[in-house]
Design a protein around this ligand. Structure first.
Ligand code: ADP
Ligand code: MG
Length: 237
């Protein structure tokens, strides 16, 4: 039987000082990634990002959560959104309800064109400047590509941008489905996750190329599951 490793459990909620994370200072690593994101584009302020990768299991959701925590220590209103609608996981990692979320909010917004904050849950932490808001995936839908590619999604994202200081969107991988492209087009920039243990270099290059050809602003990549360098995370332009 193959033994499953659960190393990322150590990396969830990097701000929780009561848990020993290992010899690496993850808070510092994520602060460094935050700074790189903030200064990645000259002349244009980055206020919303999406996170994608080549395939499932490369630590997109884990990285999204950790980044959301670190942004919440600096920005008043931070929102973390689950846009991996085929495999909604954010609510499980965050131990939150997914009774209603993004898909439900989009269905309502498509009819009313009014922003309803009731779909968004909140998390507080003494180290946060304000609150961390979470929009889980919501009810399972048969047509995620259609929904994420719609004008309703684009308009909804614009309304979210007006209501939050920084938005982080956890996306599906690019290798098999194109859901991350319309999401990438709706945010200011995209981070591409590369797992030192899982990612095929050529596949990743093809995915990044596909994103760029579809006008997604790829800001850089984060290397996960690496045992060398600065622990299990590194950031590259
Ligand atoms: N930095 C990391 N180092 C090692 N393992 C990790 C790391 N981040 C996440 N993992 C593990 O990798 C698996 C996939 O993580 P997840 O964030 O759900 O990936 P994705 O969202 O890309 O599918 C999980 O089992 C998690 O425990
Ligand atoms: Mg995920």
């Amino acid at each position: 039987m193959v033994q499953k490793k659960h190393r990322s459990r150590k990396t969830l909620n990097i701000l929780d000082k009561s848990k020993k994370h290992s010899q690496f200072d993850y808070t510092e690593i994520f602060r460094h990634i935050r700074t790189n994101i903030e200064f990645s584009t000259v002349g244009k302020e980055i206020k919303s990002i999406s996170i994608t990768s080549t395939q499932p299991g490369e630590a997109k959701t884990t990285t999204s959560i950790n980044l959301a925590y670190i942004f919440a220590t600096k920005y008043q209103r931070v929102l973390l959104v689950d846009c991996d609608l085929r495999k909604t996981m954010l609510h499980k990692y965050m131990k939150m309800s997914n009774q209603q979320g993004l898909t439900d909010a989009l269905i309502e917004f498509g009819k009313t064109h009014r922003y309803n904050p009731d779909y968004i849950q909140k998390k507080t932490d003494p180290s946060f400047l304000g609150t961390l808001s979470i929009l889980t995936g919501g009810v399972h839908v048969p047509n995620p590509s259609e929904i994420l590619g719609s004008d309703v999604f684009k308009d909804y994202m614009n309304v979210l941008k007006q209501n939050f200081d920084f938005i982080i969107v956890d996306c599906a991988p690019v290798g098999t489905i194109s859901d991350a492209i319309p999401v990438g087009n709706a945010v200011d920039g995209t981070l591409f996750i590369i797992s030192a243990q899982d990612t095929n270099r050529k596949d990743a290059a093809n995915c990044i190329d596909l994103l760029k050809r579809n006008n997604v602003n790829v800001l850089g990549s984060v290397l996960t599951k690496s045992d060398s360098g600065s622990g299990i995370y590194s950031y590259y332009y």
